[in-house]
Design a protein around this ligand. Sequence first.
Ligand SMILES: C[S@@+](CC[C@H](N)C(=O)[O-])C[C@H]1O[C@@H](n2cnc3c(N)ncnc32)[C@H](O)[C@@H]1O
Length: 328
Amino acid sequence: MAKRPHPADQRRRDAFLARAASVWEVKPYEAERLASGGLRSSVRINPLKSRSVDEIRADLESLTEVEAIPWCPNAFHILGDRKAVTESAIHAAGEVYVMNAASLIPGLAMDPQPGEDILDICSSPGGKAAHIAALTGNKARLHVNDGIRARLKKLQEVVDLLGVEITDMTEIQGQYLDKFLDATFDRILLDAQCSGEGMADLSRPDALKFWTPDRIEKMSRLQQRMLVAAFKQLRPGGVLVYSTCTIAPEENEAPVDHLVRHNADAAIEPIGVDVPEGRPGLAKWEGRSYHPDLRHAMRVVPSDFLEAFFVCRIRKLPPGKQPTGETA
Ligand SMILES: C[S@@+](CC[C@H](N)C(=O)[O-])C[C@H]1O[C@@H](n2cnc3c(N)ncnc32)[C@H](O)[C@@H]1O
């Protein structure tokens, strides 16, 4: 017979499910089903190595069953045995990178171009930095950063293994970026440290061991400070993509709302990626209102392959293009 959860664990689970259900606009039992998906893995072919994408794809398809992801070139959902991929020679050689498919969205939303100066603020282990490098054929000037020293080693390993060319690797806490970094960028990714609710697998009894509303508030304050600092490093006309793997509006819509309300030159844009699991960001939640353009952000509702995720694209309007505040 299944062990009954401790009353404190049950209360925590109920609180989590009530919040997730209200964000996703489903019943709590449906939220529980959505958040109990187990490990969902996809794989991206890395075009930065010497072998062609076609050669790597043929090897990948010989290992296990995969299905092309329609909205992301060179990426596949793993339908068969994940281990067959993670323990393969192509994986050891850095020819493929395994991640949750939602993590492909920020790189695409960045739309990085060769020749640009690009900053990835919370970079380790480097999956999204490697995707950005792949999208530009290693032809952008890519600066990677992570605020936690211990995480830089893993980042360096991924950079080396996948053949990612970088101009700099720094250890600056994102909230102090504008104080320690004397450079501006065409595109910035802030894939922020978050409470990670999207990765919680409720089929595991300990899934919410570290989940508390206090942690959400603490993260929200950090994310807001990191976003404000990041925006200062963005060139006029440049693009900042903000993403998290969490569900909480306090960590998603709220920091972006703060940024756009305090910066007349910050404009939320559609992310431009057609993901079937994508829903608009929230303009209202539990009595709180957020900037109406947050509807252009994307919230990913979990599915067979995607974990819960949030992505928002913000442009720094050049002088002369800023709204005057006048109404028609
Ligand atoms: C969600 S993970 C980033 C994943 C990464 N972008 C990728 O695609 O592989 C968040 C990262 O933020 C880093 N981090 C935590 N606090 C930070 C801070 N104050 N400033 C910058 N980075 C921070 C963590 O070390 C962690 O590596």
